[in-house]
Design a protein around this ligand. Structure first.
Ligand code: SF4
Length: 463
């Protein structure tokens, strides 16, 4: 008998990567337009957790009208077990994404305070109409995949007031976790860690987690990864023996190159941990933020997922993310976590904070104490510059150190290269993943898709 016999839809790895578009939507939970949403795992004592208990605070899915959106939403999971310790909270929490995505017609994106879930009409009509069912699936998957968890209870919160109240507490928990590895140096450890959890979406992506480079999703520190590799050695997080240090500034190690080459099946040959150029760390799809190079000023902008406006180069976060996601190494576009911005090795090859020229006000506030004091007021936010021209004036007026470089070598505005006409409608994708039946995935490498005709139509209204 299947473990999910009583769940009205299928549950399995083949549903990972399934996308739910607006027209298929039954209900949306969290998401970019919703102020309060989060997922949080806490380690508790054995007597504080009732194994299998599922609680819903607020309306259930069946109480939500078809097509409704922006429901404040929280998934709060309490776990216990002899081997369960606070350092495992982050990695257990990160699996919520994977396990929710196993449910047919249920989509989970991002992590922590950025979660975005959708249920499609088809699965709702098949009977998936309660968070109780989602809770059962999570409970069973967690217990079977992470057997060191002895007890687990799940609380779903949809009551807006309660979500907002707990949201503030959750942010404090994330902050405390992030602060744990601060101050530690890469040179003080012999082992780094890798995570390949996002390969279901980005097959060549491997996160390299060091004391001074937090994971792209911002959910797994070096300590978290170490705890995970210990209790779940066959899981997605694994040890990387550093090997020989080839370049201290760029952050290149023989052991990292070897591990990434192996785990990416040869797609990625080298990684320089501390630069956005050359052989930058790959970007999966769930990175918390991104650095983007602005050639007109020879500096970097930074943007986080929650930034709803367009950035100074005219692109939204989604546009920037599309330029780098998928496990690629793209010069100048670089998926990163917020915590990495606090690292003394943050983009150190490229000049670190001296090279950063624009950042959303919210992020500036969050990382302010890690920006060199003399630079804080010289870095523009969306309130200071909305275009590259405005940015140039701002940087000159404030005397940002990057301006010195312009004087030394006159920076010519980057010419927009004329886009070639596309006489042959052939689309090329370096790597594409197609879910297939039977628990397999088909990975197409350097695929060329030939079409006899290409029809370009206006996109439907953005969600
Ligand atoms: S972003 Fe990196 S660390 Fe986070 S889940 Fe994906 S692969 Fe793992």
């Amino acid at each position: 008998m299947s473990m999910f016999e009583d769940i009205p839809v299928d549950v399995g790895v083949i549903y990972e990567g399934e996308r739910i578009r607006g027209e298929q939507l039954h209900a949306e939970l969290g998401g970019p337009k919703c102020d309060y949403k989060f997922e949080l795992v806490r380690a508790k004592s054995m007597d504080a957790v009732e194994d299998g208990k599922i609680t819903i605070i607020g309306p259930d899915i069946k109480d939500m009208k078809e097509g409704t959106r922006y429901h404040p939403f929280a998934i709060y999971i309490e776990v216990a077990g002899k081997e369960v310790e606070a350092e495992l909270e982050g990695v257990i929490e990160r699996r919520v994404h994977e396990f929710c995505n196993f449910i047919q017609g249920f989509m989970h994106l991002n992590q922590r305070y950025d979660i975005w879930l959708r249920l499609n009409k088809k699965s709702f009509q098949s009977g998936l109409n309660s968070l109780q069912q989602v809770g059962k699936v999570l409970h069973r998957l967690f217990k079977s995949e992470l057997p060191f968890i002895e007890k687990l209870q799940v609380t779903f919160i949809t009551d807006p007031k309660k979500v907002a109240e707990m949201y503030k507490k959750a942010l404090k928990v994330y902050d405390a976790r992030d602060a744990r590895a601060r101050g530690m140096k890469d040179g003080e450890v012999e082992t780094f860690y890798g995570c390949a959890l996002c390969q279901s979406f980005a097959p060549s992506h491997v996160c390299v987690i060091t004391p001074q480079r937090y994971s792209n999703c911002g959910a797994i520190s070096w300590f978290d990864a170490r705890a995970a590799a210990r209790v779940d050695p066959k899981g997605p997080i694994f040890e990387i023996a550093k090997g020989e240090l080839l370049d201290d500034v760029k952050g290149e190690y023989t052991g990292v190159n070897e591990a990434v080459r192996k785990k990416s099946l040869g797609d990625v040959e080298r990684v320089w941990l501390y630069t956005a150029f050359g052989y930058p760390h790959t970007s999966c799809g769930c990175f918390e933020g991104s650095a983007f190079y602005i050639p007109e000023v020879d500096g970097f902008g930074l943007v986080h997922r929650g930034f709803k406006d367009v950035t100074v180069n005219g692109l939204t976060f989604v546009g920037i993310a599309d330029s780098t996601a998928g496990g690629r190494q793209v010069d100048g576009f670089h998926g990163i976590s917020i915590e990495y911005m606090r690292s003394p090795k943050f983009l150190q090859t490229d000049g670190g904070w001296n090279r950063v020229v624009w950042v959303p006000a919210e992020i500036k506030e969050r990382v302010k104490e890690f920006i060199p004091t003399e630079l804080v007021d010289k870095i523009a936010t969306e309130e200071d510059a909305k275009t590259v021209e405005e940015l140039k004036s701002f940087l000159k007026e404030k005397g940002h150190p990057i301006v010195e470089g312009w004087k030394a070598e006159e920076v010519k505005p980057a010419k927009a290269e004329a886009l070639p006409a596309a006489p042959v409608p052939t689309l090329r994708a370096p790597t594409a993943v197609i879910p297939a039946a039977g628990g397999f995935r088909i990975i197409l490498k350097n695929a060329k898709i030939h079409a006899e005709k290409v029809i370009i139509k206006p996109a439907p209204k953005k969600e």
